[in-house]
Design a protein around this ligand. Structure first.
Ligand code: ATP
Ligand code: MG
Length: 390
């Protein structure tokens, strides 16, 4: 069996919440999330109240934002028109009220079975990297971690450039974006896997890149709503979505932080950077997102005998450092100037190994493959020359 399925129950009726919680708690493979807030869940059980349209809009919004993988709707009103609307927004099950425990247990069982036989149905994880300051290496970290994740598992990894002003990922990976966010916005109604596959750039390492809206001088189309729809789709197509969030706190960045599974703050062992890191952590606490246990600190350009030690840093920000990336200016600059990932500059350098280990930490196993068989065979074909054209 794969991981536990996290479940959130949303209802204004405390009696119903109690009943639903009791049923879910009695079914193996599920974990109840009682704390409301900004954490993402695999399943939302939502009780539709008197204002059906408003409630369904709310559910649709949560789905678009990627806050939930699947939705079970429940209502006192089992009118066919309500059922039709539930189907239309993509609810997985409709549980009529009063709730029949067996009906809900069976629905949960069906979902569990589906996840066990097809783990690709679990939505991909969104990891956002945010710099505590400009120039700390956020893009270097996001690009090379995405490549390391892809190389480690040969699975589906996407890289998204959220720098609204100066998106640099196309330079880091030496390509010219072919499509614009304006095209995506215009074609929003046909935002499906095939269209997105077309819009995303497939790099030779296998990662798929969504370049920044700034590349197209058309940032007015890059609304948080549009991006949330794109992200929600991408979560169905990719196992990991790595976002280079730059260091801005625009509306779009805030929304992204809110829906990320994990947020990594990229910092340096310097006073200004650590001070900013502390400020950001305190802001997150005030906003209520991202949750503290989903936020991790990365120290980039780490040197062993630095004036400020890791312990000093942890004390000053009151949080453990999650990862250290060694200082290697020559390799990182060489990679940037050639437009290639660090792994192509040198596989054995400590900085490249650090990214491989980091990827291993984030994806220790159980990687699912959301790509099609066609692409698998395409990869085999590309490997052919390595085996002497066999
Ligand atoms: N681990 C490292 N060791 C040494 N130098 C590094 C390391 N990581 C990044 N750099 C250097 O830091 C500089 C900035 O890197 P990068 O562009 O990735 O930072 P950034 O935070 O994305 O910058 P910006 O705020 O402009 O988007 C580059 O010259 C890069 O070579
Ligand atoms: Mg950058």
């Amino acid at each position: 069996m794969t991981e536990l399925v996290s479940v959130m129950i949303e209802s204004k009726n405390p009696g119903l919440v109690k009943t639903l919680e009791k049923i879910v708690a009695g079914v193996q493979g599920f974990r109840l999330m009682r704390e409301n807030g900004h954490s993402k869940v695999d399943l939302l059980i939502y009780d539709i109240g008197a204002d059906i349209t408003k409630d369904l809009e709310q559910v649709q919004m949560l789905m678009n934002m990627g806050m939930t993988g699947a939705v079970f709707l429940t209502s006192e009103n089992s009118d066919p028109s309500v059922l039709m609307q539930a189907i239309r927004i993509g609810a997985k099950e409709f549980i009529s009220q009063p709730v029949n425990p067996d009906e809900l247990r069976q629905a949960l069982g069906r979902m569990r079975k589906q996840l066990d036989t097809d783990p690709a149905r679990r939505p991909g994880e969104v990891f956002t990297f945010m710099g505590c300051k400009g120039g700390v290496g956020t893009t270097t970290v996001a690009v090379n971690l995405a490549v390391a994740l892809q190389q480690r598992h040969a699975g589906a990894v996407a890289l998204v450039d959220m720098n609204l002003l100066f998106g640099e990922i196309p330079l880091f990976l030496n390509f010219k974006p072919q499509h614009t966010w304006a095209e995506i916005a215009k074609n929003i109604t046909r935002l499906d896997d095939a269209f997105l596959n077309d819009v995303l750039f497939e790099h030779s390492t296998g990662i798929h890149v969504l370049p920044s809206p700034s590349m197209f001088n058309n940032s007015d189309v890059s609304s948080p709503q549009l991006f949330m729809r794109i992200l929600s789709h991408m979560r169905q197509m990719f196992d990991y979505i790595i976002i280079d969030g730059g260091n801005s706190l625009s509306d779009m960045s805030l929304k992204t932080l809110e829906v990320s599974n994990r947020v990594f703050l990229v910092s340096l062992l310097s006073l200004p950077c650590l001070s900013n890191t502390g400020k950001l952590l305190r802001s997150f606490e005030t906003w209520g997102y991202p949750p503290r246990d989903c936020t991790d600190i990365i120290i980039n350009r780490h040197i062993k005998d630095s004036e400020i030690s890791i312990q000093d840093a942890e004390k000053s920000i009151n949080k453990k450092i999650f990862w250290k990336i060694p200082n290697d200016y020559a390799s990182t600059m060489s990679a940037i100037n050639q437009g290639i990932p660090l792994s192509e500059v040198g596989l054995q350098s400590p900085v490249t190994r650090s990214f491989c280990d980091f990827a291993g930490e984030l994806a220790p196993g159980g990687f699912t493959h959301k790509k099609t068989e066609k692409e698998f065979f395409k990869k085999l074909w590309l490997l052919k020359p390595m085996f002497g054209g066999v």
